[in-house]
Design a protein around this ligand. Sequence first.
Ligand SMILES: Cc1cc2nc3c(=O)[nH]c(=O)nc-3n(C[C@H](O)[C@H](O)[C@H](O)COP(=O)(O)OP(=O)(O)OC[C@H]3O[C@@H](n4cnc5c(N)ncnc54)[C@H](O)[C@@H]3O)c2cc1C
Length: 474
Amino acid sequence: MTTSRASDPAASTTHGGRPRVVIVGSGFGGLFAAQRLRKADVDVTIIGKTSHHLFQPLLYQVATGILSEGEIAPATREILRRQENARVVMGEVTDIDLAARTVTSTILGRTTVHPYDELIVAAGAGQSYFGNDRFAEFAPGMKSIDDALELRGRIFGAFELAELATDQAEIDRLMTFVVVGAGPTGVEMAGQIAELAHRTLKKDFRNIDPRTSRIVLLDAAPYVLPSFGERLGGRARRQLNEIGVEVQLGAMVTDVDADGLDIKDADGQVRRLNAATKIWAAGVQASPLGRVLGEQSGAEVDRAGRVSVLPDLTLPGHPEVHVVGDMMSLDKLPGVAQVAIQGGRYAADQIRRRLAGKEAQGPFRYFDKGSMATISRFHAVADIGRFKFEGFVAWMIWLVIHLFYIVGFKSRITTVLHWLVSFMGRGRSQRVATQQQVFGRLALENLGPNFEASKTGGLKDEPVTGDLTGRESA
Ligand SMILES: Cc1cc2nc3c(=O)[nH]c(=O)nc-3n(C[C@H](O)[C@H](O)[C@H](O)COP(=O)(O)OP(=O)(O)OC[C@H]3O[C@@H](n4cnc5c(N)ncnc54)[C@H](O)[C@@H]3O)c2cc1C
């Protein structure tokens, strides 16, 4: 039973007594699971913390002014508008009760309890600072549209401040950009900042020359793109050097503040790197809902917060609870979009079979379609089965595949136009950065619990206490 400031019975009841499938998360796992249930005789409720589905692999292009946020984040409600058995609910899931078979979500003080017969949990992962959460204040991660827009403001803003500065040391600090983490996200981000500084902005300023910017890609590991193997990783490193990115490996960040970073090198020496803009692309931590599920089901939860699932992606003793994507741990599968997509579809198929009284399908088998990362325009690396591609061919493969997975025809058209502007020309069509984007996160954190949602025109209706479901759970 949940005490709510206000309730929304309509959001928690079911239509016509069909089995209720609740999906937590509208990312790759959640959305593809919902779509797979399109023809099933069930009521699907997909609950998302945001109103959009996010194509995370292109976040770095929003942060560097190539794409607009709308192109990679279509409204979930719009995507599912023709799927009549699906309902979209916005809210953050704060609790899951496996015994009562309910999920509790909350938004701006309104709490809703959603009973389920089948549950798919696909709440993904957030940034991990490896126990140094204080770094987040100075080195934002890249996991959400908010993060990408904040970074866009910080990157373009650093050039603006450098144009005004008179002290050379200060200009150098403002024009040094450090990306922590040499995985695909870090490589793509560093490559795009280099292109921005060396191509796009080169004629835009009068007092500074953006081409003198210093772009540093750091990693504690000794390789760039370790999951791609030595050959492609080495190729990526050479290409980064060619476009002006300084790659520093075996370099562990020990502290971060507003002015720069402390770094411990492989030989144990500690040094200081002054940089106004720091970007954290180094680690992930699964949704805290993983621990909630682990505590109640006895499933193991690893240090990164991922829940160990059974081979059919369910929890021990709970065949009705499926965990997919970045939140789950099974056979060391990587945290990539295809694992989430295939896992979401598998869970949906499992539900359809069970409800139809059919035998369960075999264990989840991941089909590895390969991985790729862009370094700069016309240069990428791709590792697809036995084949390894680099340079322009890999970049073309990257382009076609990403275009295929962007959701929505309109977004594909405008994305192609923006890519033409940025890759054939030098422009970036999305250079808007507002103060709210740059300072909003820190301002909200400072306000803390004093921030009142009602000041924004939020909920006004009366508090209600009680069971909102109107129906016993199965
Ligand atoms: C910058 C970046 C670049 C990447 N590049 C690639 C790439 O090139 N190729 C690749 O294969 N993979 C890439 N990935 C990884 C890939 O995006 C993830 O593996 C994939 O998104 C995982 O899908 P998911 O459904 O598990 O989680 P997500 O897609 O993260 O979705 C999680 C959803 O759950 C919602 N949510 C979270 N908590 C709650 C809550 N408490 N209540 C309600 N909703 C909640 C979120 O809002 C989100 O909608 C990248 C990731 C990042 C961050």
